[in-house]
Design a protein around this ligand. Sequence first.
Ligand code: SF4
Length: 454
Amino acid sequence: MLNTLYHTPKLVVIVTIYEDARKGILTSEMKDIAKAEGVDPEVVRRGLAAGRIVVLRNVKRAGKVKLVAVGEGMLTKVNANIGTSNTLIDLNMEIEKAKVAKKYGADTIMDLSTGGNLDVIRRKIMEAAEPLPLGTVPIYQAFMDVTHKKGAGLYMDEDDILNTIEKHLKDGVDFMTLHVALTKELAIKAVRSNRAEPIVSRGGSIIAAWMLEHNKENPMLTNFDYILELFKEYDAVISLGDSLRPGALEDAHDELHMLELIENARLVKRAREAGVQVMLEGPGHVPLDRIIADVKMAKRLTDGAPYYILGPLVTDIAAGYDHIAGAMGGALAAAHGADFLCYVTPAEHLNLPNPEQVREGVIAFRIAAHAADIVKYPDRAMKVDIEMGRCRGKLDWECMIRLSIDPEKAKEIREQYGPTSLKSCNMCGSLCVFLLLEKWRKGLRASQPASPTP
Ligand code: SF4
């Protein structure tokens, strides 16, 4: 069932999924989500009602987009960021990346484009990404559009920002990162700080530069009530950006990081009071031993808002392998309560990723999400691992390849020295542990005494 629309002559009043849940109404959407997640529908309704689950959606695309629920009790989700830059504009490559991300198991895609015709690019990426929900960061387009019109993005005004947000909502964008919590005071503190990297968020840097240039407060903060009305109208999800997330281990959990988290927690409360679905974004770069505390703190301050994290990367020196550094942090964070992992590709900190690097990033984070789900929800997530273990023990290669998170890669490696008829593999050959003990294992299973080796 689509969300309920009550049309009046001048006004369209939308009852959001969040409001339905709060009224105790169990909609067919909630039941569908519960079925896909393998939980009781009441788990979904209660989580939505408490603001601990969000459904990434926009009424404009209801029915076209898969219902992806993020939050407490839901399987860990993975997002893939794609999009042009203003120095590398190749729409076909971005469409290819959307298809690759979808094929290899991303749950959502974010279009972070900053170069080319951004309306056309967003709509094409949205089309290629369907049925996955699409996210955006509208401040990028507001800034770039004004750059093209007036020669510099800093000439942008409040209307440019709000109109861009509304345009994305009208197009059917399901969730948006908004850097609302970065106050002018925090931006001044950040640029005067001794941080290794004062602000590493692109959207945060744009807002900070605008506030410093105009000596004005963050327009998304001063207009937050209006933004909430907009999101409510489309029943879309606000993802509160963390402009001051640490971009280096040295900056993790410093004063700036914590102050913005507290500000974001206040905004979560305001969004919930307005009946708008909201989630919180998180770091960044965090040492392994502080990741659990980070998740607990974010959850405690926001009363369990869905936590959407970038990585976190557990070392700063893994350039070229940052998908591994990020997946390590992501697995630990998700095992302790983070709900939504934004992937990192091997190109992170180095370049715009190509489609192959998108594939590697998605796979790395699917592994992280699954590893976390084994800890959080063993009854639902472990089944496939149990089956895989049994197939390995029987040397059932067809089954092992089929159950692999990336069957193409598994098959490619299995056959890398040419097609093989080996029962084992080339690693141990006839010394395969499963072959060496096969006779006795079979014997024991049939409850027969093992016969001595001839
Ligand atoms: S040959 Fe070695 S690596 Fe290959 S399946 Fe047997 S035990 Fe495993």
